[in-house]
Write a new protein. Structure first.
Length: 145
C-alpha cells in the first residue's frame, strides 16, 4: 500500500527544514569569527524539526513546543530503541530562547557549540534512519545537507 502523499509531503517538509537548520548551524559555527549563538539556535531547531518529522510520519500530534524532552518522549513512545540515541538532548532546548536575546551568556563557548552540533546531528540521524527511503526529499542528503 502506497503511503498517503500528503503525509509524505508534510514529513518531507519537516526534514528539509531540519536539514537546512543543520547546515545553518554548521555554517554559523564555521564562520570567521564563529557565530556560536546562531549555531546553537539552529542546532536546537534542527533537532526539534527532526523529531517533529518522525512524529508527523507516525501521525502523532505534537504541541507547538521547543521542549525537546517532550518531543523525545513522544518519539520513544513510538520507537523505544531511540532512547539511547536521544539521551541528553534536553540541553538543546534552552537554545530556542536563551541565545536569541541580549543578556548574560548569549554567546556559548566553542565546546558548547560543538556539542550542540553533535547532538543535533545525532537526533537527525537517529530519527531519520527509521523513516522509509521514500519519505526522503529528492535534494537533501541523509546528513542534513
Amino acid at each position: 500500500m502506497e503511503p498517503d502523499p500528503e503525509l509524505v509531503d508534510e514529513t518531507q517538509n519537516w526534514l528539509v527544514k531540519a536539514g537546512r537548520d543543520l547546515r545553518a548551524a554548521r555554517l554559523a559555527n564555521g564562520a570567521a569569527p564563529p557565530l556560536r549563538d546562531i549555531s546553537v539556535f539552529h542546532a536546537q531547531q534542527a533537532a526539534e524539526k527532526a523529531l517533529k518529522a518522525f512524529l508527523t510520519w507516525h501521525e502523532r500530534p505534537f504541541a507547538k513546543t521547543h521542549d525537546l524532552e517532550e518531543l523525545r518522549d513522544a518519539c520513544i513512545a513510538i520507537e523505544p530503541a531511540l532512547r539511547q540515541s536521544l539521551l541528553g538532548i534536553g540541553i538543546l532546548s534552552e537554545y530556542a530562547v536563551r541565545v536569541r536575546y541580549p543578556g548574560e551568556s548569549s554567546e556559548p563557548p566553542a565546546e558548547e557549540a560543538e556539542k550542540a552540533l553533535r547532538l543535533a546531528q545525532s537526533v537527525f540521524d537517529a530519527t531519520t534512519r527509521l523513516l522509509p527511503a521514500g519519505v526522503w526529499p529528492p535534494q537533501p542528503g541523509r546528513q542534513g545537507t
